[in-house]
Design a protein around this ligand. Sequence first.
Ligand code: FES
Ligand SMILES: [Fe+2]
Length: 381
Amino acid sequence: MSESALLDMRHLDTRGVRQPITSASHAPGAIYSSEEILAQEKKNIFMKEWLCVARVEEVEKPGDYYATRIIGEPVLIARNQKGEINAFANVCLHRGVEIASGCGNTETFTCPYHAWAYDLDGKLASAAFMRESKDFDPKTSSLKKIHSGVWAGWIFLNFSANPTPLAEALSEFASDVDLLKMENLRLGSKITLDLPTNWKFVVENLMDVYHVRTLHYNSFGKHRGPPENYPFHLRKNGGTCTRYEARPMTPGGETLFGKMPALANEPDNFAMSAHLAPNMQVIARIDNVHPLVMWPVTATTSRTYVYNLYPKEWFDLPNFAERIDVYDKYMRLVLAEDTTMMNSLQNGITSANYEPGRFSTLEKGIHHVLNDYFRRLDQSA
Ligand code: FES
Ligand SMILES: [Fe+2]
C-alpha cells in the first residue's frame, strides 16, 4: 500500500497490520470509530464495489419493490412488467424525497410529498401543476438508474459510472461457493440486526475461528473441530474461503431436514465459509446457507442482514416454518454471544490504554481482509 497523504493526515499507523502475520499487530482503533474514515470508506469502497443488496425472491413478481438505504444512499429495487429487475436512486426528481419505502407491490410509485408519479421503469409518468414550468417535460425525465445485476439468486448493485462487469468482479468468489448452488435456494427468513458496533468488527468476527471454542463453547463451539483445522484460502480480491467441520446450526447440532441436494455427497459435518469484499460472508452447513451482509450506519453503529436460505423444494415440507424457526432462534442466540464481545471491543478500542495487540496465526482471514481493506481505502482515484 502506498503511504497516502489522507491516511497520514489521520495519523493512521497501518504498518503493524501490513507485516506478515507472524509479525503483525491488529489495526488502529480509529478505523472502527472515526466518521472521517467512514466517509473515506463510502467514497473509496462502497461507491466503487459491487454490493449485495437483496435476494431475487424479495422482488419476485412484476411490480414488487424493495426500498432501502445503503451507507445513506436511498435505493429502490423494482421488478417491471417484463420481469426485469432494476435499481434506481430512490430520490424524487422534484425535491429529493424517497418515493418509496419498505417493500410491496405497485404499478406506480407516487412521491408522498407532492405526488409526482413514476412507473416501474423509473419514468416520470405525471407531475401535477407543472404545466407552466418552462422547458420541463415529464416524459423525458426518469429516476437515476444504478447499475445492477443478478448472480446465483442475489441482486447486486454498483454506484460507480463504469463498473467492472459483475461476473468478472465475482469470479473468484463464485467459483468458491459454486458447490452451494445458491440459485436453487430460497429465502426462509431474513434477520435484521442493528448493532452498536462498527461494521468491520462484524466482518472480522465472522471469520474469527480463534474465539469459537471460548465464547461459543456452550452453544455451537462444542460441535466444532479444533481451530487449527481451518485451511483459509486467501483470494486475490481480498476474499477468503475455508472448508471445515461443524454440525448444523440447531441446539443439538442435528439437522431437522437432511442434506441439501447440492451437498448430497458431502459429509454430515460439512461446513464452509467464504468472504466477498467488502461486506458479505457466506456461511454454509450441510442443511442451510446463511450469508450475512454488514452495512455501516455510523462509524460506531451498523446493520447486519442474515439471509437464511434453504432448498426451494423444502418449503412444502410439513412444519417447514416451525423447523426453520429453530434455526433462526439458535442463530440469534449465537449472534447475541458475539454481540456482547463486539460491544466490548467497540468500547475497548477507544480506551486511553488500548494498543493494537499481536495477531495469532489463527487470525489469518482477518489479517488478509484488513490488508485488502487498507488497499481499497487508500485508493486516491
Ligand atoms: S419531492 Fe417528490 S413530488 Fe415533491
Ligand atoms: Fe462468534
